[in-house]
Design a protein around this ligand. Structure first.
Ligand SMILES: CC(C)(COP(=O)(O)OP(=O)(O)OC[C@H]1O[C@@H](n2cnc3c(N)ncnc32)[C@H](O)[C@@H]1OP(=O)(O)O)[C@@H](O)C(=O)NCCC(=O)NCCS
Length: 156
């Protein structure tokens, strides 16, 4: 799961508690929201997606997601993340949603492109992942270019 993540795995339980606290603070402070994703059948928690770095002056925010590797390849990330641009543009009145992904993370790039994000450029040597300097692609979705699908595309 963390092969292309910009931070190493956590070994201490306290680190996850800090993460949950930060999620709550983000929601309460109005700077973003991280949403738990449960599978409809059985209700298992399979991952999260969310908007953060919300900037009301620029009317922009960043999209992110992370799913349990056992749940990959069924369209879950695409189905869940598809709800966020709709929320950002229709409810929060944002103009731009941005996302960055390691250039080797083909699955993540595929999710963004299925949602209509445009690859805008490369952030060279943007991260160090597992000790390796890596490039990131920056993707953007602009409200006037957004084409919401009339039907939600369900996971398979
Ligand atoms: C990126 C991630 C969220 C995708 O989750 P997912 O539920 O498998 O995504 P989906 O099934 O909706 O779509 C994945 C797409 O990538 C494709 N894909 C998956 N692995 C791939 C690979 N190694 N090479 C090429 N394509 C790949 C799938 O075929 C699918 O495309 P399709 O619908 O056209 O067939 C998941 O891999 C993940 O959580 N990774 C770890 C965390 C992470 O990297 N988050 C993003 C940080 S920017």
């Amino acid at each position: 799961m963390l092969r292309y993540w910009d931070a190493p795995p956590w070994s201490e339980r306290v680190r996850s508690e800090q993460f949950i606290t930060a999620c709550r603070q983000m929601a309460e402070g109005g700077t973003g929201a991280r949403l738990a994703v449960d599978r409809v059948s059985g209700g298992a928690f399979i991952g999260w997606c969310g908007l953060n770095r919300w900037n009301p002056d620029y009317r922009s925010a960043s999209l992110g997601y992370c799913f349990n590797d056992a749940a990959w390849g069924h369209g879950y990330a695409t189905e869940a993340a598809r709800a966020l641009p709709r929320w950002a543009f229709d409810t929060l009145d944002l103009n731009r949603v941005q996302a960055e992904t390691d250039t080797r993370n083909v699955a993540s790039a595929s999710v963004l492109e299925k949602l209509g994000f445009v690859r805008e450029g490369t952030l060279r040597e943007d991260c160090v992942v597992n000790g390796e300097v890596s490039d990131s692609w920056v993707y953007g979705l602009i409200r006037r270019e957004w084409r919401p699908s009339s039907e939600p595309v369900p996971a398979r």
